[in-house]
Design a protein around this ligand. Sequence first.
Ligand code: AMP
Ligand code: ZN
Length: 501
Amino acid sequence: MQKELKLYNSPKKQKETFKPLHENFVGMYVCGPTVYKDVHLGNCRTFVSFDIIYRYLLYLGYRVRYVRNITDVGHLLDDGEDRVSQEAKIRNLEPMEIAQEITINFHEMMSIFNALPPNIEPRATGHIPEQIEMVQQIIDNGYAYEANGSVYFDTVKFKAEKGIYGELSGRKIDDLIAESRDLKNQDEKRNPVDFAIWMRASEEHIMKWNSPWSVGFPGWHLECSAMSRKYLGEQFDIHGGGNDLKFPHHENEIAQNVGSCNCEGPRYWLHTNMLLLNGKKMSKSEGNTISPDELITGKTIDGEKVEHISKGYSPMVIRFFMLQTHYRSTMDLTDEALQAAEKGYHRLMDALSVLQNLQHPGNGKAGKLDKDLQELVAKVHEEMSDDFNTPKALARLFEIVPKVNSLKGGQLSFNDLTAETLDLVKKTFQDYVFDVFGLKEESIAEDEDGVVDGIMNVLIDLRQEARLRRDWATSDKIRDDLKALGIELKDGKDGTAWTKS
Ligand code: AMP
Ligand code: ZN
């Protein structure tokens, strides 16, 4: 198997040959979600991209320790309020109830998209002592100072002494004014580019812990430095996240790592590009998000049609759609692209089933067809080993498809092909489709002619009629029986919508 893997190392702005710190082992840390609102499709794009990277490292034979955190404290809004706390206040719940609910939803989405779970999924609130220890180390090394119970990283002194800061994101320290997420308490800072690594909590703040400096909470960037070090060591192989995290999050992580132990942490930084909706980054603050549920069902929670798309798309079609763009390119979510992905996904799965049913009659020689197929198989690996180029690897698999169909149809002869090469093609197809790309057969019958939808509408109407005549027993029976089949009815202002779990 092709072992040389090239990956694009963000701070170096170039592809490099991947050399793990310890032969055959890979330590990979990926920034996980902030669990205050359900993940949107943009978040899913990033996590699916790292799932494919993880899967390919496993496929190459590495033993991978994949750590993806849960941010449940410290990620502040621009006004200085913690995102999880704010949501807890709005919904009158405990912050941990919010974190738990959103984490469960996140796991469900990851499993719907067939993303493998990480080996360790540490929570920021579960690692407060480790974060306090790191703050202390940075203070001891002279790169942080306390002010009024909060502790700030002394970015200016750090840059002057260590000569590092801003390289990953390409920022100049002079230009970095007030861009960081913790805009609160600017006056306590020696310099506006300093950032909080520990924050004193106000009376009404809910999530807070004792520390040598105050009852407070850690700065957002600290958790990833502390937890990656705990589980992967002072130096490790890969750190990933969306490219919107380069600054300030990842830049500050590097500063904290070096500031505490003189170690940069990760050796390779991988950044995914953004999912766009109509040319604009999909984000909660822009209000242009589509949830996975909405894309799958084609309906909003109120049962209305989702803007921008003509219908729902299955999870594997969405995953296939994501595979068609390289992780470092922006990806525009459009109905046309999804429809094309739907066709592509079915073509790929159909080809796989044709291939699996091909039986070599024996006595084949290594002719031109044999050579062509061997070359294409090698190219599939080459493309994936060239910075995980899924669209090109897919294109190489699709170059194999007409040959497979011609073998089936008799236009190409098995005489030119050895049984070993046919087995190699079968294995490559299967390994890539299932293990590397993480696609699955979708067993749910497609409802192209709308029969299921039609039946559901009949049931929804019957239930509505029962409710109008106050026949609660019948209306409840319809809802409960459907629920037992995994079908959920949601009543909204414009009628009832249904979803299949
Ligand atoms: P958050 O929950 O906001 O901390 O984000 C979780 C992950 O999703 C981070 O790695 C972000 O970079 C990533 N992300 C956020 N928006 C998008 C988007 N539109 N496209 C791709 N990734 C995104
Ligand atoms: Zn992080």
